[in-house]
Write a protein that binds this ligand. Structure first.
Ligand code: M6R
Length: 614
């Protein structure tokens, strides 16, 4: 949600900022802007639209300078337009500031600043912050860094900010609270700042993740200094990035989403790697080993997440109840945080997040933590906020996911949840040795089976063409396939803008069946397994009302083939592992429909990849 990037060094800043903004564009793409200092001259270029619009706007502009900041926006306060685009300035025009987050008490601050003679141009909360810093500089006669510290002391909300001042052209000040900020330390005194490491990795692998409440001052002569809001010095902890540049490119695919769908055999294999021992029939997740006992004794597990991560959590519920016999509740983090939930020391909370930055999930974790629960994270982004606030956890090794629609992150999350449930179930003795052995061997075979499902892409594209103009769609599944139905519907909605609903197949007769007519495509997971016969009956109910059935079936199925309008075959696998295969055709259907409708697949309207506001 908003991407920020900044540079101070010996090179021209503009190309570095623009490249960085392109990498961060998945975080928001309503408007974009840069500010550069050349000598004592501060220039700002900003406009509504994407980074490419900014480049066109800047064309021939004087974008010289070796210090600069850049921003790509996902609008919170005020519509996307040129004026609301970042960077923002105060009265004097000396300062330029970029911000990711929300200043909650901006209204009273703004009112006070207006009384003090400040005038505002935009509708944003951010502009208030830059005026406040400027006001403090003037009244307290302090330098930029101290003014930022004092200003942030009176701010309520979430922020990652970078500020520059043409009066101090060799200094850049950054701070964070609840919104991520990474500092890259390059050679010859170069420093990079960004919302995540993707714009930094091509310049340096040495990074510092700024902690909540910390302020970084980057000075051309003195280098990097970190202090906290109470003005205490902090020693920067430099880490090495494990990210590779190729992972951030499209690699010959038309869209990141398609590349990420096709990466799933690899990303699932990477999420399994080193965690299963097929010879000794063992699963070991090193990250949670210290909490194994607690898991085994848990009376209940709570799973928290949003969107696709919440859907993975629902699969986790079935897995833990089935394999480890532990009751599970899956909660939307956004609901959990605003109830007065019953949670305490006895509870294990599993928080799932691809980005590791989702504001609602972070807040829900803090709440559960404050009540004594043990928090286990399942995150994809290494070093992310959620990964750092949890007590323990297991990373998914999906690699960077750039497409806004989550695909490989979902299957990696389900893979890790499967490993967790198997590990705990085996330790508790709720799975027999033979069943455990069978399941880990089946899990090991999943990447190859995913590869096989991907080979159906041409057929899936053909089906997509038939249903691309449908205004509505229904997705049905039972048991382990119910969360897949929800996920299929979400994928279609978010990238094609077609209205879609996911339902437990048997619930259809309690209402949604009224929607079915010859124009309604109904996507059903009807694989061989516990609820196969029941789902076949549900398919018959749809056909009796002339609905169109597109069924995901087990290879060789003949019964559903007779009933359905189209079948997409997936290899046979135990019920517990079906979501890892059955979700793939749904991802591909949504992708191809969205492409055929001319949608912006990787950056669908109104969305952002990492939702750092509530
Ligand atoms: O980064 P997270 O996993 O915490 O993100 C949660 C949701 O915002 C995310 O899954 C969202 O629903 C995706 N766009 C779905 O494709």
């Amino acid at each position: 949600m908003c991407g920020i990037v900044a540079y101070l060094g010996h090179r021209e800043a503009y190309p570095i900022l623009i490249n960085g903004l392109r990498r961060l564009e998945y975080r928001g793409y309503d408007s974009a802007g840069v500010a550069l200092i050349n000598g004592h001259d501060l220039r700002i270029f900003k406009c509504k639209g994407k980074v490419s619009d900014l480049e066109a706007h800047v064309q021939d502009g004087n974008v010289k300078g070796t210090v600069g900041i850049g921003h790509t926006r996902w609008a919170t306060h005020g519509p996307p337009n040129d004026v609301n685009a970042h960077p923002h300035q105060g009265n004097s025009g000396d300062l330029a500031l970029i911000h990711n987050g929300i200043i909650e008490n901006y209204a009273p601050l703004k009112e006070e600043l207006i009384h003090r003679g400040h005038s505002f141009k935009s509708d944003t909360d951010t502009e208030v912050l830059v005026h406040l810093i400027e006001d403090i500089q003037f009244t307290e006669k302090v330098d930029l860094a101290e003014a930022v510290r004092l200003a942030l002391d009176s701010v309520v909300g979430a922020y990652a900010i970078v500020v520059i001042d043409r009066k101090e052209p060799d200094v850049m000040v950054a701070a964070r609270k609840s919104s991520p900020l990474v500092i890259g330390i390059g050679e010859q005194g170069e420093h990079f700042l960004a919302s995540d490491a993707t714009p930094i990795v091509e310049h340096t692998k040495n990074v510092v993740y700024l902690e909540d409440g910390e302020i970084a001052v980057i000075d051309r002569q003195k280098g990097l200094k970190i202090r906290n809001i109470k003005n205490q010095d902090k020693t920067p902890f430099i880490q090495e990035l494990e990210m590779h540049l190729e992972a951030l490119e499209k690699g010959g695919y038309e869209h990141f989403m398609l590349k990420e769908i096709h990466e799933q055999p690899r990303s699932i294999r990477d999420s399994l790697r080193g965690r299963m021992d097929l010879i000794n029939s063992e699963v070991v997740l090193g990250g949670i080993r210290d909490h194994e006992q607690k898991f085994q004794n848990a009376k209940r597990i709570l799973i928290l997440g949003c969107g696709t991560s919440w859907h993975a959590g629902l699969v986790g519920e079935y897995l833990f109840e089935d394999l480890a016999r532990i009751p599970v509740e899956v909660e939307y983090a956004s609901e959990f945080r605003y109830r007065n939930p019953i949670v305490g020391e006895e509870d294990i909370v599993i928080a799932i997040s691809q980005s590791g930055e989702t504001a609602d999930t972070l807040a829900a974790i803090e709440l559960a933590k404050s009540r004594g629960a043990t928090i286990i994270g399942i995150c994809n982004v290494v070093g992310s906020s959620i990964a750092r606030v949890t007590h323990a956890g297991s990373y998914t090794h999906a690699g960077p996911e750039i497409g806004v629609a989550s695909t490989k992150a979902f299957t990696a999350q389900v893979t890790v949840l499967t490993l967790m449930a198997l590990m705990i179930g085996r330790r508790k003795g709720t799975i027999s040795a033979s069943n455990f052995h069978r399941l880990i061997n089946e899990l090991d075979a999943i990447p190859d089976k995913v590869q096989k499902v991907l080979q159906s892409e041409a057929q899936i594209k053909y089906i997509a063409d038939i249903y691309k103009d449908a205004p509505n769609a229904l997705y049905l599944g039972r048991g382990y396939s119910f969360p897949v139905a929800l996920e299929g519907a979400l994928k279609l909605k978010e990238i094609s803008y077609i209205h879609a609903e996911g339902y437990p197949a048997a619930e259809m007769k309690h209402g949604p069946i009224a929607l079915i007519d010859e124009a309604m495509p109904v996507f059903v997971v009807a694989t061989k397994g516990a609820s196969y016969e029941k789902v076949v009956s549900n398919i018959q109910e749809v056909k009796a009302r002339k609905g169109k059935i597109i069924a995901i079936v087990t290879e060789g199925d003949t019964v559903v083939k007779e009933l359905a309008d189209h079948v997409i075959e997936i290899p046979e696998t135990p019920d517990q592992l079906v979501p890892l295969l059955s979700v793939i055709p749904f991802q591909l259907i949504s992708y191809h429909i969205a492409v055929m409708l001319g949608r912006n697949v990787d950056q669908p309207r109104n969305l952002a990849k990492s939702v750092t506001v509530e």
